[in-house]
Design a protein around this ligand. Structure first.
Ligand SMILES: NC(=O)c1ccc[n+]([C@@H]2O[C@H](COP(=O)([O-])OP(=O)(O)OC[C@H]3O[C@@H](n4cnc5c(N)ncnc54)[C@H](OP(=O)(O)O)[C@@H]3O)[C@@H](O)[C@H]2O)c1
Length: 340
């Protein structure tokens, strides 16, 4: 964004998109990233409920939040849904009826099995008729479907970090088909959203570290569905940092293979990718990816296992950044626009 004498230079309006849930962590991240988008303009930042008075901006750099305006969807070309699951699906239905392309960042359209959705999320699916057409938007693995999609289920943050590393290896048969795969994942606190709870407020996490959701975290069925196997043992942990996910994944390689072979498979699969990079020698760390749409993957041999470390920023490649990649593709815009 260019500034002239401290003021923002006017940018020609791009294609209008709206954000529902723009007051949340992911919605605000979308606002931040789309501010520099060459072809999209955020025409509407909606908060949660219809009828809630717009909040006045705190400074001239902030645009006001508007109440939810479903009728106004018809003036938009794309809608990003950054609301909790359950709330997103009916909004997706309304936005599609208004002719918008929709990226849903909640979990409403990620699971293809409706019974599984009901078990995991404790409610009947609010828009079951849309589930079949929703494209699971792990961008680097779904481009053709994304180009033709109206509705994208943006992947969860943990699943993105695990699947980017595992999918090519499973597809290549490079992981022993009998062995479990352990995905030991750690996330910054922003993964839990903006509302503090007894487990996530500063006093509960500062200088502490814990596992949670062991054996029943909602991202496990999503990882299993997309990996095509339930052999992935997914254990999430809460890190006392704000952003970033570091997933340490332990795999038993197929007979005769070592980390160098698995690295070669991943490097070939992601050759030329703008946002996924496979490291040659070192292991990636959170600060390599925070605030960016990058995903970095490192591998090493360790006593018969191959240890894979996959890092990304949960709010960017794990949410808003990948959502922009997906919306760009659906609207026929360069996939990386707004993300460099
Ligand atoms: N945080 C992450 O790292 C991450 C990563 C990937 C995906 N996601 C998913 O993205 C979505 C948003 O996550 P978040 O972390 O941004 O959550 P958040 O900080 O709690 O924000 C939630 C947003 O949804 C709005 N909202 C709440 N109830 C609503 C309703 N019934 N109808 C419409 N809007 C409603 C809230 O508005 P008000 O505050 O004005 O009520 C707020 O803007 C969630 O589904 C989450 O699972 C999050």
């Amino acid at each position: 964004m260019k500034h002239i004498h401290g003021q923002r230079a006017a940018r020609p309006a791009g294609r209008p998109v709206g954000i529902v849930g723009a007051s949340g962590y992911v919605g605000r991240e979308l606002v931040r990233l789309l501010d520099g988008h060459p072809a999209l303009t955020v025409a509407s930042r909606m908060s949660s409920r219809a009828g809630v008075a717009p909040e006045p901006p705190e400074s001239e750099l902030e645009a006001p939040l508007a109440p939810l305006d479903v009728e106004g969807f018809s003036r938009l070309q794309g809608v990003f849904l950054c609301t909790p699951h359950g709330a997103a699906a009916p909004l997706a239905r309304a936005a599609l009826a208004a002719g918008c392309k929709v990226v849903d960042l909640s979990a409403d359209f990620r699971l293809k099995d409706l019974q599984r959705y009901e078990q995991v999320y404790g409610q009947a699916h609010p828009a079951p008729e849309l589930c079949a057409e929703a494209v699971y938007g792990l961008t680097e693995h779904a481009r053709e479907a994304l180009d033709a999609a109206r509705l994208v289920a943006n992947p969860g943050c943990y699943p993105t970090s695990v699947l980017l590393a595992l999918k090519p290896l499973l597809e290549a048969g490079a992981i022993d088909a009998r062995a479990h795969i352990v995905a030991d994942c750690k996330s910054g606190l922003s993964g839990a959203g903006k509302t503090p709870s007894a487990k996530t407020h500063f006093g509960a996490v500062h200088e502490d570290f814990q596992a949670y959701g062991v054996g029943d975290h909602r991202h496990a069925p999503e990882i299993h569905q997309e990996a095509g196997t339930e052999r992935v043992v997914f254990v999430p942990h809460l890190l006392p940092v704000f952003r970033g996910i570091l997933s340490t994944i332990y795999v038993t390689p197929s007979a005769g293979l070592a980390a160098s072979d698995l690295r070669a498979i991943l490097a070939t699969r992601y050759e030329g990718e703008r946002f996924v990079r496979v490291l040659e020698r070192s292991m990636p760390k959170l600060s390599d990816v925070q605030l960016s749409n990058r995903s970095l993957i490192g591998l090493a041999d360790a006593w018969g296992q191959v240890v894979i470390v996959s890092v990304l920023d949960n709010l960017v490649k794990g949410a808003a950044g990948q959502a922009i990649q997906n919306m760009n593709r659906m609207l026929g815009i360069d996939e990386g626009a707004g993300l460099s």
